[in-house]
Structure formats: structure tokens, C-alpha cells
Design a protein around this ligand. Structure first.
Ligand code: 5AD
Ligand code: SF4
Length: 518
């Protein structure tokens, strides 16, 4: 470390509390304009919408800048995560970066020196929760002006959100987006130095950085990114704006990561991508998710899952590989969104009800035992009762065993948010209830088929609701709570099902492995 860097590090470690307190005070609109001037890079959703042809470079040279090495000694970080598995995994990466700077993790807000909110923008209620949390953070900052507060993740990619934080919550120290989490050390340094809020949100995705550190939450199941971004632009969805264009990691990097996880004793990996079965399309090497799964099929790890698929990109090669069994699982999450071809068209899903049913037929033919689950949106602008009925009939026809169901939520900048909508909210809520009642009934019916059967459960630990019993999932993603020894945690064990509930199974561990239903 040279003299200059040593000085910088000293300054980083001794922040000026006066400056920090200054920003807690209420601001006039002149002050607000000043913040705009000191912003590095605010988000621009129009830019985020454009797709470039340029290739994406892959870098293997991430490092912590010298002046930030050791900056976290005797300091703690806390990251609150909202949203999907991709966000959970981004948090694991940021946790790895903080730990590489010497920080320790904490769950106690009053102990933390840095608090980040890793946010989700998918629906309005996800955003409301975050704004509630930002409000709580203000009092912590008052008590400890040295505390660094940041907002990152998908909400940070939205212009409206960043403007609202600049205007209403000027005590926040940093805002950065989903494309520059590898810049955390630099942004943290700026935030420690700066009098103003540090805003750095890249509206255009950057390159792929391969060698980021990761601090994974568990030792049994691991998430593995296979691709980033989404090019589908469904008319209701904000993800293509917040996560950028589709970029795939190179097969060898993914395979190496999974091998490494298997060697460390992990029992399950879930491959992640916003549109995971578009994997490889941008690489132009004639290698897709089916090929990747086939390569992972040969690795000695008991379970490989992937999420989330788009029906349009679910090809025959993938079905053929999944049908091989082994560590390929009989569970496919295949969001349909609506059962009406007319609604699907306005949603920009690029398939019809008939296309979806044909895909399900092909999957069932190749994998007769496959469990299918889905995502559904009710109350898309101007959805008629007849169109909603088509969704109900599709749910029955496919026999979904579980579904995540949502009321349409207008999202900033998306085409559907601009559509005039005549359907009253009460009607939408009532449709959601009817849909949920049907899904619950179907889930319960499939659960009942397991009573008296033996299934293999990957045991994750104590049940969330009852420390007396263990909990884990079957290959088909059924949650099982059962009585068994702690030594079973992290193992795949046979469990006899004694009782079926709507969303889970109860059972007891057994010795025998014959007659396992899976
Ligand atoms: N409103 C409601 N639900 C949405 N989803 C995505 N965007 C919206 C929106 N604007 C749902 C879809 C998607 C899941 C992750 O969230 O069903 O598959
Ligand atoms: Fe939420 Fe979608 Fe972003 Fe995941 S990708 S955090 S679901 S907005």
C-alpha cells in the first residue's frame, strides 16, 4: 500500500459525523436539485429498454482495491433481501465482497455499520415494504451518524424510485443497481467520503464478472447463476428493464462451479436465470440449457433444478435430457400467466393456450410423473370473466400441483401500466380467491396420493414452525415435515408419509428404501 492509499484508508475509516448528520435534516427543493448534480449515474429506463448487439466480455480479474482491504475489521454488515432467488444469490455475492473486506455479518440492525436493502420491483407491494423499511432506518442513522445505508437491487434501477429516495430520504448514503454489485468496494468508499448520496445505477448491463466471492447461506442447497437478464418484454413485467439484456455464462464456468459445489458436499443446485431456458442463445455456440443439463447430469450431485422457464423457449432437447432421470428432477415450474389466448397475446407472451397445452402434452409423454407448477396473473387490464374462466379450465386441464398467483400490478414504464382498465379491484380480488381455492383443492388432492407411501427427502433442518420435527423437500418439491434424528440433516433419507395437508406432508423416517414413490 503506498502513502496515498494509506491516507485514503485512514480517511475512509474516520468519517466526519457532522457531514453525515447534515443529510438527515429536512431538505428544500434547492437542496434536492443539488443532489441531482452530484449523482454519478441515475437510472434511465429508456436506455434500459434498448438492446445492443455487442458481445459481452467475461472478466476473471475482480479484486478488492488495496485501500479497501481490511476496512471492515471490527465492523459489521447487514443485507435485507426482498424478491426472488436471483436477489437472494446477489446478496450472497455482496456478502462475499463485504467479508473479503473484513466485515462480519450481523442480523441485528443496531450492531451494523452498513445496512443494505436488496430490493425487488416486481409488484407494488414489494416496493411499499422497502419504503416502510427505509423510514425505520432514519432513526438508526440519527443514533449512529456513521452508519452507512444503501438501496440496491431491482428498485434501484427505476427512475421513479431513485428520485423519490433523493427527494424524501436524503439520509440514505448510496444507491446502486443490479449491474454494478462488483463495484460495492468503490461505492462504499465514496459513500464514506462523500457529503452527498452516491448514486450509481447502470441502465445498460455490464460484462460478466466471474470471480466474485460468494458467502453462501447454506451448506446443502446452492444457487448457481447460468444467465442474467431477460429479452422477452412481457407487457406487464419490469424485469427486462431492471436486469438488462440476456447474457449467458460460459458452460465451462458453470460446470466448474457445480463440480466445486459437489466436491464441497452440496446436495442440490438450482440453476438461476430470469428466463433460464433461453440459456446459450446469446453465445451462438449451438449449446443450450438441454446441453448444459446433460453435462450436469454426469456430475455426482444428487439434485439439479432450474428456474424460471419460459414456455416459448422450452425445447425438445431439454425435455429429452430431463427425461433421463438421475439428478434431473421430475418437477418443472412453467409460468403460464393466463389460460386465455387473447390475454396471452396482449401480455406479449408469444404463445397461445393451445401452444402451452401442446408443450405440457410433450412433457407428460416424456416424463409421465412430472409435477407441474406455475405462475398466474389475474386481473390483467380488461380481463373478462370469460377469459378468467379459461384460466380456471387450463389449471384443471394441466393439473397444476401448486401455483404462485398474483393480482396484476402496474409497473413503471411497462406497456400494460398505460392500458386503461375497467375491471374493479374487488372483482380482481374475488377472482384471485376463486383461483386459489381451485389450486388449493388440486394441491391437496395430489398430496393425498402420498399417504402411506415412502418418499426420499433432502433434509434441510428443523421445521420453521416446530423445532421438534425436521423438514425437507422431495424430488418433486413436496415439503415434508417428519420426526427423525438431527444426524439426518443434509442427507437424503426415506420418509413414510402419514398425513397429507394442503401444502405439505407429515411423516416419519424409516429404514427401508424399497418401494420409494419419489
Ligand atoms: N403484476 C403482477 N404479477 C406480476 N408478475 C410479474 N410482473 C407482474 C405484475 N406487473 C408475476 C408473474 C411472474 C412472477 C415472478 O411474478 O406471474 O411469473
Ligand atoms: Fe424482483 Fe424480478 Fe428483480 Fe427478482 S428479478 S428481485 S422478482 S423484480
Amino acid at each position: 500500500m503506498n502513502e496515498q492509499q494509506r491516507k485514503e484508508m485512514d480517511q475512509v475509516r474516520q468519517r466526519d459525523p457532522e457531514n453525515n448528520l447534515e443529510r438527515i435534516k429536512e431538505k428544500s427543493s434547492d437542496d434536492f436539485m443539488k443532489y441531482f448534480e452530484t449523482t454519478y449515474q441515475p437510472p434511465n429506463m429508456r436506455d434500459a429498454q434498448r438492446r445492443r448487439k455487442q458481445d459481452v466480455d467475461v472478466h476473471y480479474d475482480f479484486h478488492i482495491p488495496e485501500e479497501m482491504q481490511g476496512v471492515g475489521e471490527d465492523r459489521k454488515y447487514l443485507i435485507r433481501t426482498y424478491g426472488c432467488q436471483m436477489n437472494e444469490h446477489d446478496t450472497e455475492v455482496m456478502a462475499g465482497i463485504f467479508e473479503a473486506m473484513g466485515y462480519e455479518s450481523t442480523n441485528v440492525a443496531t450492531e451494523a455499520d452498513v445496512i443494505l436493502l436488496n430490493t425487488c420491483a416486481i409488484r407494488e407491494n414489494a416496493e411499499n415494504k422497502v419504503f416502510g423499511e427505509i423510514g425505520h432506518l432514519k432513526s438508526l442513522k440519527r443514533e449512529n451518524p456513521d452508519l452507512i445505508l444503501g438501496v440496491c437491487g431491482c428498485m434501484a434501477q427505476e427512475e421513479g424510485v431513485v428520485n423519490r429516495i433523493l427527494k424524501k430520504h436524503p439520509f440514505m448514503d448510496m444507491i446502486f443497481g443490479t449491474h454494478n454489485i462488483h463495484k460495492v468496494p468503490e461505492l462504499l468508499k465514496e459513500a464514506m467520503f462523500s457529503k452527498e448520496m452516491v448514486v450509481d445505477v447502470w441502465s445498460k448491463e455490464g460484462d460478466i464478472i466471474e470471480n466474485l466471492p460468494r458467502s453462501r447461506k447454506g451448506k446443502i442447497k446452492a444457487w448457481v447463476n447460468v444467465m442474467y437478464g431477460c429479452d422477452k418484454f412481457c407487457t406487464y413485467c419490469i424485469v427486462p428493464y431492471t436486469r438488462g439484456k440476456e447474457r449467458s455464462r460460459l458452460p465451462e464456468d458453470i460446470i466448474q462451479e457445480v463440480r466445486h459445489l459437489a466436491a464441497q458436499g452440496y446436495k442440490e443446485v438450482t440453476l438461476l436465470g430470469q428466463n433460464v431456458n433461453a440459456y446459450g442463445k446469446d453465445l451462438d455456440i449451438g449449446y443450450g440449457l438441454g446441453d448444459l443439463m446433460d453435462d450436469l447430469h454426469k456430475i455426482d450431485i444428487p439434485r439439479v433444478r432450474f428456474t424460471t422457464s419460459h414456455p416459448r423457449d422450452f425445447d425438445d432437447r431439454l425435455i429429452e435430457v430431463l427425461a433421463k432421470g438421475g439428478n434431473m428432477l421430475d418437477h418443472i415450474h412453467l409460468p403460464v400467466q393466463s389460460g386465455s389466448s387473447d390475454v396471452l397475446k396482449i401480455m406479449g407472451r408469444k404463445y397461445s393456450r393451445e401452444d402451452y397445452l401442446e408443450l405440457v402434452r410433450k412433457i407428460r409423454e416424456a416424463m409421465p410423473n412430472a409435477t407441474l407448477t406455475t405462475d398466474i396473473i389475474v386481473g390483467f387490464p380488461n380481463e373478462t370473466e370469460a377469459q378468467f374462466q379459461e384460466t380456471l379450465s387450463l389449471v384443471e386441464e394441466v393439473g397444476f400441483e401448486a401455483a404462485y398467483t398474483f393480482i396484476f400490478s402496474p409497473r413503471e414504464n411497462t406497456p400494460a401500466a398505460k392500458m386503461r382498465d375497467k375491471v374493479p379491484m374487488d372483482e380482481k380480488k374475488e377472482r384471485l380467491q376463486r383461483l386459489n381455492a381451485l389450486i388449493n383443492k388440486q394441491s391437496k388432492e395430489t398430496m393425498e396420493l402420498y399417504e402411506g407411501e415412502i418418499v426420499h427427502v433432502l433434509v434441510e433442518g428443523e421445521s420453521k414452525n416446530n423445532a421438534e420435527v425436521l423438514a425437507g423437500y422431495t424430488k418433486r418439491n413436496k415439503l415434508v415435515n417428519f420426526v427423525g434424528p438431527d444426524s439426518a440433516i443434509g442427507q437424503i433419507v426415506p420418509v413414510k408419509i402419514t398425513k397429507a395437508k394442503t401444502w405439505s406432508l407429515d411423516g416419519e423416517m424409516v429404514e427401508t428404501t424399497t418401494g420409494v414413490k419419489e
